[in-house]
Design a protein around this ligand. Structure first.
Ligand code: AHR
Length: 502
């Protein structure tokens, strides 16, 4: 391979983009399919602990270290009556759940979720129903969770076993209210007014809470980005975050373009960030609103829910996407984008966490880690401190969707206090190894202390119950740093995570 086909990554720890918000490594759990029932909560399973939570799932979720957890939906929340899900389990009503057309037993509700969050050391992020429910219902839920005892809903919480308020800090004002499929769908101005009034009431109960407004449910919506502008103009001073949702697909089976999707993710962030700046200026505000990418993932193979008819059963098998190597490389790039745009992105929740479009699947007593588990694990463990603006000189390739693109997609984190630097690299090439040089400009690192890689020859390869470890991150030989420079060769279709001791 000639010199022109090699790449260089230049790191300068003074070129800081922003602090990395730990909440960028968050998850989302919805009452949908087998996410809650048979996923998180399965009292009948031999894996269940005393409170019915699956111990194998808890262990995997702890390993991924989700900093915050969004719940209970998703489309589900827009028809949810939260009071169904509290109190003695045997007195809770079973309901026909309309968003996914299944039967909801309500055996898992707000208290169980908050207990679950404690069990995995994750900050809860509760969504309120702005579809069928009122702003009063939203305020009552804040009272139930956060008010000291001495009033109706706080006393109800105490009677249900939690004398001390939960102190839920993060709240979502509905879900995908721009979508015609959403129960109680609203226009941007109607939604903006309802969200603003809900926010006022919720914050009158507890002004320390931080609210996320519904943004467009994807950059492909016909109302995008006007929806974002109008709703933000109405709610600007009341909210801390504006949400983004996006599900990636390779329906065209065009892997070169699919592997360059980070260009679309970055474009989406930049557009919504521009709307934030515009509204801040238009509203003559000193307040800042940040982005919460609170649904993101690959999702296109398991679309059997499309007619939303799950057949009125409990915990149906829905959206059980199987993830292959190319999906994992897209997920790794998404995480790279979170670091590169850490100045505006403060929360990101992978949708979802168990069984439903998720990194882990459950079956009877066993658990399967899918390919996308591994990049999540690497970032969650290693991306701390501040993100760095890198100079990446990479050979390029041609894509149908994005034109000429670099073969490498890279991000880096610098944790000064811990004396660590992390580098995350995707080699998008389907066929070629990529020799790379990494140069540190302003620091003399001691050594590369860890090197892990996920790679394989077949972009469509996946882990299965029969072959669960076909694709995992492998520890690889850590290259030596000589005179502030390290050299290595990256295999095609690979994700590499390097930990550097400074
Ligand atoms: O995560 C699955 C669904 O995707 C969610 O319920 C909804 O918000 C989105 O359309």
């Amino acid at each position: 391979m000639s010199e022109s086909e090699s790449a260089r990554i230049l790191i300068d720890t003074r070129r800081v983009i922003s602090e990395i918000s730990p909440l960028l490594f968050s998850g989302f759990a919805e009452h949908l399919g087998r996410c809650i029932y048979e996923g998180i909560y399965d009292p009948a399973s031999p894996q269940a602990d005393d409170s019915g939570l699956r111990k194998d799932v808890l262990a995997a979720l702890r390993e991924l270290n989700y900093r915050s957890m969004r719940y209970p939906g998703g489309n589900f929340v827009s028809g949810y009556r939260w009071e169904d899900g509290i109190g003695p389990t045997n007195q809770r009503p079973a309901r026909r759940e309309l968003a996914w057309q299944s039967i909801e037993s309500n055996h898992f509700g707000t208290d169980e979720f908050l207990h679950f969050c404690r069990a995995i050391d994750s900050e809860p992020m509760l969504a309120v129903n702005l579809g069928t429910a009122t702003i009063q219902d939203a305020a009552n839920l804040v009272e139930y969770c956060n008010a000291p005892t001495g009033s109706q809903y706080a006393d109800l919480r105490a009677a249900n076993g939690s004398e001390v308020p939960y102190g839920v800090k993060y709240w979502c004002l509905g879900n995908e209210m721009d979508g015609p499929w959403q129960i109680g769908h609203l226009g941007a101005a109607e939604y903006g007014k309802k969200a603003r009034e809900a926010a006022k009431l919720m914050r009158l109960h507890d002004d320390s809470i931080e609210l996320a407004l519904c943004g467009s449910s994807s950059s492909k919506m016909p109302t995008y980005p006007e929806w974002d502008r109008i709703s933000l103009e109405l709610c600007w001073e009341h909210v801390a975050y504006h949400s983004m949702h996006y599900y990636a697909d390779n329906l065209a089976d065009d892997t070169p373009s699919y592997l360059s999707l980070s260009a679309a993710f970055e474009d989406y962030v930049d557009t919504v960030a521009a709307v934030l700046r515009y509204v801040k200026a238009k509203n003559r505000s000193k307040h800042d609103v940040y982005l919460s990418w609170d649904e993101w993932n690959v999702w296109y193979k398991a679309r059997e829910h499309a007619d939303r008819r799950a057949g009125w059963t409990e915990a149906p098998h829905l959206l059980e996407e199987v993830y292959n190597l190319e999906d994992a490389l897209v997920v790794a790039q998404w995480l790279n984008v979170f670091l590169r745009r850490a100045d505006v992105l403060k929360i990101a929740c992978i949708a979802q966490i168990v069984n439903v479009i998720a990194p882990i699947l459950t079956r009877n007593e066993s658990l399967l880690k899918q390919t996308i588990y591994y990049p999540l694990l690497m970032f969650s463990r290693m991306a701390s401190g501040e993100s760095l603006d890198l100079l990446v000189e990479s050979p390029r390739y041609e894509t149908k969707q994005f034109g000429d693109m670099p073969l490498l997609d890279v991000s880096s984190a610098y944790d000064e206090a811990a004396g660590k630097n992390a580098i995350f690299i995707v080699n998008r090439s389907l066929t070629e190894r990529m020799p790379i040089e990494i140069h540190w400009g302003d620091v003399q690192p001691k050594r590369i202390s860890s090197a892990h890689q996920l790679s394989g020859g077949n972009p469509k390869a996946f882990n299965s119950w029969e072959d669960p470890n076909r694709l995992t991150t492998q520890a690889i030989y850590a290259p030596k740093i000589i005179d502030g420079m390290a050299q290595m060769s990256l295999p095609p279709l690979s994700f590499t995570a390097l930990g550097v001791e400074l």
